[in-house]
Design a protein around this ligand. Structure first.
Ligand SMILES: CC(C)(COP(=O)(O)OP(=O)(O)OC[C@H]1O[C@@H](n2cnc3c(N)ncnc32)[C@H](O)[C@@H]1OP(=O)(O)O)[C@@H](O)C(=O)NCCC(=O)NCCS
Length: 144
């Protein structure tokens, strides 16, 4: 398969991403805050979207969504790995995420369960962590 392209999202593409996030039941009301970088991921057309939030070595991996017609073909894995490469190239050392819907998917990609109370301050203070995700969400971390 040809390479996956991870393209920074343009401002006028936010609406398309929000549509996909909303349809998948993911948080989408805070995409315009500071320190958030969203990506459009493509291979022979749109695969999906993903975002990084925060500053420094620890970032939140958020808004991972594959377009419905492209799910179940291994592209979600490739999307996450491509965004991890992008994060690495920006000096990120650890990715953190919260999920109520796809913990086994991320565990298979090397993300390990962690204790929310041990999250670094930069992650714990993120809006998703502090307010938006229910306490029952799995908190997973991966060392890049
Ligand atoms: C979760 C999601 C990104 C997976 O994308 P995908 O392209 O369908 O995933 P893949 O085809 O790469 O699947 C890889 C493996 O993960 C499994 N998997 C996929 N989605 C899963 C889920 N929600 N829960 C558990 N396992 C899942 C697949 O069965 C597959 O397993 P296999 O290798 O044993 O066959 C996609 O279903 C999606 O966009 N869901 C809605 C949004 C969402 O829940 N995002 C995650 C929270 S941030």
């Amino acid at each position: 398969m040809t390479a996956i392209a991870v393209v920074p999202l343009r401002g006028d593409e936010l609406g398309e991403m929000v549509h996909h996030l909303s349809a998948a039941g993911l948080i989408h009301t805070d995409v315009e805050g500071p320190n958030r970088w969203f990506f459009r991921v493509e291979n022979l057309g749109l695969i999906g979207f993903a975002g990084l939030e925060g500053q420094g070595a620890d970032r939140l991996l958020r808004s991972v969504v594959v377009a419905p017609d492209r799910r179940g073909q291994g592209l979600g894995c490739r999307l996450v790995e491509a965004v991890e490469d992008t994060a690495r190239s920006q000096g990120v050392q650890r990715l953190h995420l919260l999920t109520t819907t796809a913990a086994p998917f991320f565990r298979a990609l090397g993300y390990g369960d962690a204790d929310r109370s041990a999250a670094p301050t930069t992650i714990a203070n993120s809006r998703e962590f502090a307010n938006l995700c229910p306490a029952s969400a799995a908190y997973l971390v991966k060392d890049l």
